[in-house]
Design a protein around this ligand. Structure first.
Ligand code: HEC
Length: 200
């Protein structure tokens, strides 16, 4: 194709485009002016308007950064998890009653041997941890709920670890049933009583 012949490149204006033809002519090159459609203009101006607002809010005023938004969302997740944990950590009478029997106590004894023995010694007579066979209590009050709370949350400052992340919920209830079965058995050679005497 020859480019020397200008007429080859001449814009061919269709009859209904005549009104769009711009009246300039650069070395024979002419243009049609197709105006932008209104829907396009509307979106464009809305974007510009939004852009201004966005810039002012996020760059000049103290709009949250991505990091801030992440932190806020993350805090919500943590709060929801805490809430969930709290719900799950609460002592449930019916769950305890379901295992407060010979079978539950037997299972609790296994949990005890595997986890609690080093500190509470055989039969719960006490060593590093207090004697669990007397009527004296340091943190618990000799009831299933108070025992559950100590086992679940621990009493870390005094050396009793929390068990909620080590044992399953069932195992914790079983161990409570077992500890309840030790109460007032006053095993011989047990550690001296510690804490308050609780009659129950
Ligand atoms: C690392 C040592 C250690 C282990 C392991 C341990 N305990 Fe303890 N436990 C303690 C100490 C120490 C205390 C006393 C806490 C205090 O004075 O605040 C205690 C307290 C308790 C109490 C409350 C006693 C009271 O007088 O109020 C119960 C119930 C108990 N433990 C049950 C268990 C069970 C069940 C397990 C096993 C799942 C367990 N412990 C494992 C050290 C331990």
């Amino acid at each position: 194709m020859s480019h020397s012949n200008k007429d080859d490149n001449k814009l061919e204006v269709l009859p209904d485009e005549k009104h769009l033809l711009l009246d300039h002519d650069y070395d024979g090159i002419q243009e049609l002016n197709h105006p932008l459609p209104n829907w396009w203009n509307v979106i464009f101006y809305i974007s510009v308007f939004f852009g201004f607002g966005y810039f002012i809010y996020y760059q000049i005023m103290s709009g949250p950064t991505l990091r801030d938004e992440f932190k806020n969302d993350y805090a919500k997740v943590v709060a929801a998890q805490d809430e969930f944990k709290k719900l799950n950590s609460a002592f449930k009478e019916e769950k305890y009653l379901a295992v407060a029997n010979d079978d539950g106590i037997k299972k609790g004894a296994e949990v005890f041997v595997n986890n609690c023995l080093p500190c509470h010694a055989e039969g719960g007579k006490g060593d590093i941890g207090p004697n669990l066979t007397d009527a004296h209590w340091l943190v618990a009050k000799g009831t299933p709920e108070t025992i559950y709370n100590v086992v679940f949350n621990g009493s870390e400052a005094n050396g009793m670890p929390p068990w909620n992340e080590v044992l399953s919920s069932e195992e914790i209830y079983h161990s409570v049933a077992y500890v309840m079965s030790l109460k007032n058995t006053n095993v011989k050679g047990g550690k001296e009583p510690q804490g308050e005497k609780v009659e129950n």
